[in-house]
Write a protein that binds this ligand. Structure first.
Ligand code: ZN
Ligand code: ZN
Length: 296
């Protein structure tokens, strides 16, 4: 199951409800809310790619994710609209980067985005030449870095969405994502206690054994724990003492609707704070939970 799509109205009202229920998340939601809304809108507006990438069942069973079986990105993917939406969302959530995003918006409006799509299509590591590229565009390296991360997530989410049916037909036994190989930032427990891991980068979700650590595949009840906060039965965190990682875990029965996974993860930020103080690291770093580590 890939990202569930919402109407923009529903998603915005979900963000508003969370802001009211947990006022301490206000700044976080101001920064990242526009990214969730724009990505969801862009995905809804973007056609499903009929070009299915065939999954090699043997390599898949060995734990080789799709992005290591195939090239995922193509020059004719909708980079123009993705880049434009990504820059617009960043300018809304991070007003101090607004001028740099104006520069990028102009390039995407004028169709001059070949240099960006090429980075992804050729699988180049942009980081090495980031400052050079940023100087060439006359924007800051921070702006360019954030923009490329967001653009990558937009396109990966589309790939996960487009491959949904194909992926459902092949079992996957690993703790990292079958589409993009990233680690989960959240687990959701269903009605029968089954655990689904949620990819931090492409939004794909897949079932995974409840007792095994997705990070190090350690399966020993003596070294893994479920951490609760008093008075909150629905939410917890899985911790592993072998790799010292944790995974936010939400108990969401189907009857509660289909809340956005990133919003659930943000609503559990207090677990990130407590567990990082105890010396655990998040299984997947997102922009908001890695801020905590940098502050130390
Ligand atoms: Zn993924
Ligand atoms: Zn572990």
């Amino acid at each position: 199951m890939a990202n569930h799509l919402y109407t923009t109205e529903d998603l915005m009202s979900e963000i508003e409800q969370l802001r009211i229920a947990q006022p301490h998340l206000e700044n976080l939601l101001k920064a990242f809310g526009p990214l969730l809304v724009e990505k969801n809108q862009w995905l809804s507006d973007t056609a499903v790619d009929p070009r299915a990438l065939p999954i090699d069942p043997l390599r898949f069973a060995e734990g080789i994710p799709l992005n290591r079986q195939h090239q995922l990105f193509f020059a004719d993917d909708p980079w123009g609209s993705a880049g434009w939406s990504a820059a617009k969302a960043i300018s809304q959530g991070f007003p101090h980067l607004g001028q740099d995003m104006e520069v990028l918006l102009r390039r995407f409006t004028e169709g001059k985005y070949h240099c960006f799509s090429q980075l992804f299509v050729n699988n180049q590591e942009a980081d090495g030449q980031l400052s050079e590229k940023a100087a060439h565009l006359a924007i800051s390296p921070t702006s360019l870095h954030l923009f490329l991360r967001v653009l990558n997530r937009f396109m990966l989410s589309k790939k996960a969405r487009d491959m949904q049916a194909e992926l459902a037909a092949h079992p996957w036994k690993k703790g990292y994502c079958p589409v993009c190989g990233a680690l989960p930032h959240l687990a959701i427990l269903g009605d029968q206690g089954q655990r689904r891991l949620q990819c931090a980068d492409c939004g794909h979700a897949w079932p995974f054994s409840r007792l095994t650590c997705p990070y190090c595949e350690h399966e020993d009840p003596q070294n893994t724990n479920i951490f609760f906060i008093d008075g909150q039965k629905e939410d917890s965190a899985f911790t592993c003492d072998k790799c010292r990682r944790y995974l936010l875990t939400a108990n969401r029965s189907a009857s509660l609707g289909n809340p956005h996974a990133d919003l659930i993860a943000m609503s559990l930020l207090h677990f990130d704070v407590i567990l990082q103080e105890k010396g655990y690291s998040p299984m997947a770093e997102c922009e908001w939970n890695s801020f905590l580590q940098k502050d130390e």
